[in-house]
Write a protein that binds this ligand. Structure first.
Ligand SMILES: [Zn+2]
Length: 405
């Protein structure tokens, strides 16, 4: 009886095994064929864009990819004004899954009037298609790839866009007993915006049809005519304080807003009696949820007071550390204490701007002191900001609408 049972079980197992083996092997063969055709499909689409046939590629984008643009002609203008002055070749294909290709391109300029960030020639761009053969990830042609500077297109461009400067967002103003000096206490006091006030600001922006954008989008507009939303506004947070992660970031997510976080790379994860800075894990989390991460130097020194070597160190190292940690390009900087632009040291301003341009930055944000909501994008290395701390809602509204008294 026992033997019979075993033998019966053996027969059953074998037949179960056979039932599984047959479809398993056929599905392996099928997926191989499928992945080859997917590779061909992806490559074919990339080549169509590189050959100026953007319509075919557009027709293969998912609705949500298409929705990033107003319409097809908008997409076409963006792609063409960004890439058509360059020669682009598919260089290497590094990693392949069934629906994903990682591709390295070589981008070359025919003209010294163009500066291509090194990132392009070293980075692998991910292209992904879904089961309906629609692109869910468009790699090189994404909106957030680095801005390529076309010096010929640096024309005067006056735009109304308030760029807000925030630091500490917390439920309460700081208390004097935690600070060793009156000066340090006052500095933090005037850099604080309460969580409640920040929430009121975001609610105001939402109900008055303002739209938060990042620096990359602003320059997609400047160089490639990418359309900006109605009433654009940029929220920037300096220093990478943990309070901004803890109190401002959840509200940004809640209201579907984005912001720019300017990080002091040498301070990441550190803590003093009064200051706590975000960790790399927190910075990465914000980046993956759509926040833009940019440089605020390595150790927060006033750049106008440094030697050329020290200045280079602050701007090169902060950029490369952020790029390595996030796998994304960094092209914007906020100057600690607005130096040298606040002190009006023209010679230092020219030296710093030329160094920034040389090392791949395309714009720099000055400190407050200017309270202007109108920018001329030609002055990219000294964009004005509006101090957004210690403000009532009515003061905030007056500043962003330009009704400054
Ligand atoms: Zn700062």
């Amino acid at each position: 009886m026992i033997n019979k049972f075993i033998s019966q079980k053996g027969v059953i197992s074998l037949s179960v095994l056979l039932v599984f083996i047959v479809p398993l092997s056929s599905s392996i063969i099928f997926s191989k064929i499928n992945s080859v055709s997917n590779i061909y499909f992806i490559e074919n689409n990339i080549n169509s864009v590189l050959n100026g046939k953007t319509k075919y590629f557009w027709s293969n984008l998912t609705q949500s990819e298409q929705n990033k643009f107003i319409n097809y002609s908008d997409f076409k203008e963006f792609i063409q004004s960004k890439y058509s002055p360059l020669s682009i070749n598919i260089n290497k294909i590094k990693y392949i899954t069934k629906n994903t290709l990682k591709i390295n391109f070589s981008l070359k300029n025919s003209n010294s009037n163009i500066r291509i960030p090194q990132y392009y020639n070293t980075h692998y761009f991910t292209f992904t298609i879904n089961k309906h053969d629609k692109f869910t990830n468009v790699g090189l042609f994404s909106l957030n790839t680095p801005i390529i500077i076309y010096y010929a297109r640096q024309y005067n461009r006056i735009i109304k866009i308030p760029i807000m400067m925030l630091h500490r967002v917390a439920p309460q103003y700081p208390s004097r007993q935690n600070y060793s000096s009156e000066y340090a206490y006052k500095l933090d006091y005037y850099l604080t915006l309460t969580t409640e006030d920040f929430k009121l600001q975001l609610q105001y922006l939402k109900t008055h049809d303002y739209h938060t954008i990042d620096m990359n989008t602003l320059y997609n507009n400047y160089y490639y005519n990418f359309p900006l939303p109605k009433n654009p506004i940029i929220l920037t947070f300096d220093d990478g304080r943990e309070s901004a992660f803890q109190y401002a970031y959840p509200l940004l997510l809640k209201y579907h807003d984005i912001a720019v976080f300017n990080i002091i790379t040498g301070f990441v994860g550190s803590k003093t009696k009064t200051h706590k800075y975000m960790s790399w894990k927190q910075i990465k989390q914000m980046y993956l949820h759509g926040m833009e991460i940019e440089s605020h130097t390595v150790t927060h020194l006033a750049l106008g007071n440094l030697t050329l070597g020290e200045m280079n160190y602050q701007i090169i190292v902060s950029k490369s550390v952020l790029e390595k940690k996030l796998g994304n390009s960094v092209q914007f900087i906020a100057y600690p204490s607005g130096s040298p632009f606040r002190s009006n040291n023209i010679k230092k301003e020219i030296i710093l701007s030329s160094r920034l341009k040389y090392y791949g930055y395309i714009a720099g944000l000055v400190d407050d002191n200017f309270n202007k909501d109108i920018q001329n994008l030609k002055n990219s290395y000294s964009l004005y900001r509006i101090r957004d701390s210690n403000l009532s809602l009515s003061e905030f509204i007056a500043l962003i609408t330009g009704n400054i008294t």
